[in-house]
Ligand binder design. Sequence first.
Ligand SMILES: Nc1nc2c(ncn2[C@@H]2O[C@H](COP(=O)(O)OP(=O)(O)OP(=O)(O)O)[C@@H](O)[C@H]2O)c(=O)[nH]1
Ligand SMILES: [Mg+2]
Length: 267
Amino acid sequence: MRSSVMPLGPTVSQDRVITSFPKWYTPAACLQLREHFHGQVSAACQHRNTGTVGLKLSKVVVVGDLYVGKTSLIHRFCKNVFDRDYKATIGVDFEMERFEVAGIPFSLQIWDTAGQEKFKCIASAYYRGAQVIITAFDLTDMQTLEHTRQWLEDALRENEPGACFLFLVGTKKDLLSGAACKQAEAEAVRLANEMQAEYWSVSAKTGENVKAFFSRVAALAFEHSVLQDLERRSSARPQVGDGDIIRMEGHPPETQDSKRPSSPGCC
Ligand SMILES: Nc1nc2c(ncn2[C@@H]2O[C@H](COP(=O)(O)OP(=O)(O)OP(=O)(O)O)[C@@H](O)[C@H]2O)c(=O)[nH]1
Ligand SMILES: [Mg+2]
């Protein structure tokens, strides 16, 4: 898992401040059932002992068929706008979002990729180094759900095994209701469990669940970064052995980076 160092900037807006651990959409397909930050993470945040986490950003990659609403979802969250007209993404685009999680600055770099086949090879060049993969489908078009397996496989191929949190997101929730929505969600939850992904239904048009979803993404990515940083620092601490030799226990950073996220149910 890779993170890049980013420069310090202004403080975040109030609606990007996360103080309590955001909840899942459904416990039936959820990466983390805890309602609070991990104890070690809370303590580290309280004592401002989060190492370099506050200076880093996590990469989020959004993939899925054309027209499912990837760009709309990102624009609703980052710019609070919705455009009814379709403008295909050409290759890739990205947005930066700054948060404050448990008092610590944290940023997501959200990569929006093209769903059109002809742009796939450009887009796939940007899959590497993702900490989070969001696979989107249109709740009103179940073929797009079937295609998520392939999108996920392609994105995972470019990343270390177990290095990413996975989300499956059903879009355009405003267009479905009642039994049709329940049925589409049930199928999606089944697939999310197979993929070991967390499931969310959202609407970019109405904004339903959009902020809650990205807050959840940010909190999980943040928590994992802090835990990883704590683990890296504790395993790099020198230890005095039986004799006069000082042993350095630990692994090179690359090995640590490729560890699975520690929460249950992620890839
Ligand atoms: N009703 C409704 N329409 C939506 C929603 N999200 C997106 N759309 C519409 O769906 C169409 C496609 O949305 P985009 O966000 O451009 O789709 P995309 O997945 O980024 O497409 P590509 O860039 O080609 O991969 C647009 O006309 C949007 O207005 C939604 O939540 N509700
Ligand atoms: Mg797009």
